[in-house]
Design a protein around this ligand. Structure first.
Ligand code: ADP
Ligand code: MG
Length: 697
């Protein structure tokens, strides 16, 4: 048995130094093991050859057998394309290439029999297949019959003729040389979960005997991946709990009680009460709390945060709350000061723009312990900020913070403070547990009473007149309106121009109104002043970029207009929409788009107009985009380690694998059982390979 992981890819027949270099640079494939675990992204059924007369432009990948009649080239330069007219005596199709024309004409000849694979389409009323894969019928011995694998390759690879077909040949060669592979799951687990062995799975993932074997192979490999992922997370959490104790907040005292009895302006919702109980149990347990609080926009997370901070105060600890933007930090500061009116609790705000004497005062107050609650932006994780006894850290809208930033906060004390991470971008529970390591999850699944659901409508931008009439009417009724323009970081200049144009346009269209304007490039003081004009009700319309996305609270605002809504993701649209519907009035969200929309955009808009439920939207988002795109996942990097499982679609298997991992840890807590030796060895190996991605938050 030889160790594939240490065998350099260069020495596999058909590779050599040049190709090894390309595989290395383009796909990060270095060893035979890497190659073996480079899986196809799709399969084509080779058991059937179609007649051209049966073919239409809506078919998936198909296989044809026939002759090239002639070649023809069209266009010039970048527009150039090569067409081969291909026939099987039942009909004609065009094979089309836009690149590698010289290679194709050099390799394939007219009047020779070929097998052609590809996805048919229609161009100028004729059926064509763009960039097909071509085989000579007698030369198909490279792969056994059955489903044919297709591998992703890059343009650079194709230029060195390392296309999918070439990878297929390499996999075939490699599998031919493997005589026995080390199993990575114990036999009893394979049996218990009805899984096939590793070697069989790997053979069938590259060259499935049939569809049934393919799903067996996929199941086995996905299970393994998710199982080790979950095992790692659970094990890590166990190890951490052994290592660290948490501060114990076992008193409910004056601060909490006074607030609850005297200052709280409305009853808590049942969901808020439940979450507070969960938090209280955590912070009283002697373990360090590490909790994710999910709650839709407007569900009242700030209040839960505040009451948790009061628990800390009653037990002699300081708290801090970190917000992603200065506007939001400011607003939290205001809200907390209002809530705590007359209670002798010192709350301070620390942001980048607070400097000089004021800053020194705050820093001093933190060290003496006079400051009970610190609110701020990421300025509060700077090294100059030191606390006397920090017991609780709250991170609002956490997806805006990188892993490293969170870790920094974590390390401010010898004993780590309790951590509460709050987000309005809900994600399914199992996924949350996976993405955020071992965070426990609480959910506020209820809005405060009396909120009317927001009405969402889609409008094409040629109906602006109707839109403006609507806005005018709302303003006449005393309401306020947000108009948001998209912001793409790479071209901030253009976006600001969009915004400026939009602003001018709105000022002209609404001469009777006060219009304010906010964007990310403004000086904080200026931004704040403009915000205040809207908050105080002086301005009726606010034109802005997405800087108002999170947290801003102006209950009198009842209309949210989102321009170029096609340029926003679902969770962002939902966040923006959450800025309205905060008061007693009926609120509206209007999504303005151009006329031409992609299928995906159409779906996104449709979900928005149909649903107000953040969880439903998050679920749909996950399905539409896959988890790699979800905010937060890029930071955790987890999606990149999964080669075959897909968190968006394998949620059930993930849950199943988690249970299996839990069971194993329960039965073998000291990792000593002989039958699990394979498991612990494999986990150690995987942990060494990967950077420690479970070390988040
Ligand atoms: P989010 O969860 O989006 O951060 P906020 O904490 O900003 O929501 O709360 C939104 C609004 O709801 C605030 O004006 C807040 O005062 C109000 N609110 C919070 N809890 C309740 C409650 N139990 N009853 C009525 N209003 C509430
Ligand atoms: Mg909030």
């Amino acid at each position: 048995m030889f160790d594939l992981a240490t065998q350099d890819i260069t020495y596999l027949p058909g590779v050599g130094p040049h190709r090894a270099d390309i595989l290395n640079k383009e796909l990060n494939i270095r060893s035979l093991h890497d190659l073996l675990y480079y899986f196809p992204y799709k399969y084509v059924d080779r058991s059937r050859i179609y007649n051209i007369k049966e073919v239409n432009g809506n078919m998936p990948y198909i296989q044809l057998k026939g002759y090239i009649l002639s070649f023809e080239t069209f266009g010039e330069g970048r527009q150039r394309r090569l067409v081969a007219h291909f026939s099987d005596n039942t009909g004609l199709v065009d094979l089309v290439w836009f690149q590698g024309i010289k290679y194709v004409t050099g390799k394939y000849k007219a009047n020779q029999e070929y097998i052609v694979f590809g996805k048919p389409g229609i161009f100028n009323g004729r059926i064509n297949i763009a960039h097909p894969d071509i085989d000579i019928p007698s030369n198909t011995t490279t792969a056994p019959p059955g489903l044919r694998p297709y591998y992703n390759t890059t343009e650079k690879m194709k230029r060195s003729s390392l296309n999918s077909h070439a990878i297929e040949k390499l996999e075939c060669t490699l599998l031919g040389r493997i005589t026995s592979l080390k199993e990575t799951l114990p036999a009893y687990l394979l049996k218990e979960h009805h899984l096939i062995g590793l070697e069989e799975a790997l053979r069938n993932i590259h060259f499935p005997k049939d569809a049934n074997w393919l799903s067996k192979a996929q199941l086995r490999l996905k299970f393994e991946e998710l199982f080790y992922l979950q095992l790692d997370i659970l094990q890590y959490s166990k190890e951490r709990q052994r290592k660290y104790n948490g501060f114990v907040f076992n008193r409910i005292g004056e601060a909490f009680n006074t607030f609850y009895q005297r200052n709280l302006p409305f009853p808590l919702t049942d969901a808020q009460k439940r979450v507070l109980k969960e938090i209280r149990k955590d912070v009283g347990s002697g373990k360090q709390m590490n909790r994710l609080l999910q709650g839709d926009v407007g569900s009242g997370k700030t209040l839960v945060a505040l009451m948790s901070m009061l628990m800390a105060i009653d037990n002699g600890f300081q708290s801090c709350m970190m917000a992603p933007t200065e506007i939001l930090a400011n607003q939290h500061y205001q809200t907390l000061c209002d809530f705590l009116h007359g209670m002798h609790i010192r709350v301070e705000l620390l942001t980048g723009s607070i400097k000089g004497k004021k800053r020194q005062e705050i820093l001093a107050g933190l060290i003496t312990g006079d400051v009970h609650i610190l609110i701020g932006t990421h300025a509060i994780i700077e090294d100059t900020v030191a606390f006397s006894h920090l017991g609780l850290v709250i991170i609002d809208e956490q997806h805006r913070f990188g892993v490293a930033q969170r870790a920094k906060l974590w390390k401010k004390n010898a004993t780590p403070p309790h951590i509460l991470v709050m987000t309005a971008t809900p994600i399914p529970r199992t996924l949350a547990m996976t993405l955020y390591g071992d965070l426990d999850v609480s959910v506020i699944d209820q809005l405060p009473p009396g909120r009317k659901p927001i009405e969402t409508r889609h409008l094409f931008d040629n109906r602006r007149d109707a839109l403006y009439n609507f806005i005018r009417k709302q303003i006449q009724e005393g309401r306020q309106v947000y108009i948001v323009y998209p912001l793409i970081q790479e071209s901030e200049k253009i976006d600001i121009k969009n915004l400026e144009d939009g602003y001018m346009h709105i000022c002209e269209a609404f001469p009777e109104c006060q219009v304010c304007k906010v964007h990310g490039k403004m000086k904080p003081a200026e931004k704040d002043e403009e915000m205040q004009r809207f908050v105080q009700g002086e301005a009726q319309i606010m034109v802005s970029t997405t800087v108002i996305e999170v947290g801003v609270n102006v209950p009198n605002a009842s209309v949210m207009v989102i321009e170029n809504a096609e340029r926003f993701g679902l969770s962002q649209l939902h966040q923006l929409r959450g800025r309205v519907g905060r008061g007693a009035d009926q609120s509206y969200c209007i999504l303005v788009t151009g006329y031409k929309l992609s299928e995906e955009t159409r779906k996104r808009i449709e979900i928005m107009t149909k649903s107000n439920d953040g969880f439903e939207i998050a679920e749909a988002d996950l399905k539409l985009r896959g988890p790699g795109d979800l905010e937060g996942t890029q930071q955790s990097g987890i999606a990149f380690h999964l080669k075959i499982a897909d968190l968006a679609h394998d949620g059930q298997l993930l849950q199943y694998a988690r249970q299996a991992a839990q069971k194993l840890i329960g039965l073998d807590p000291e990792c000593t059982h002989e039958e699990n030796r394979i498991v612990w060895e494999q986990l150690r190996k995987l942990r060494n390979e990967n950077t420690n991605w479970s070390d988040i938050s």
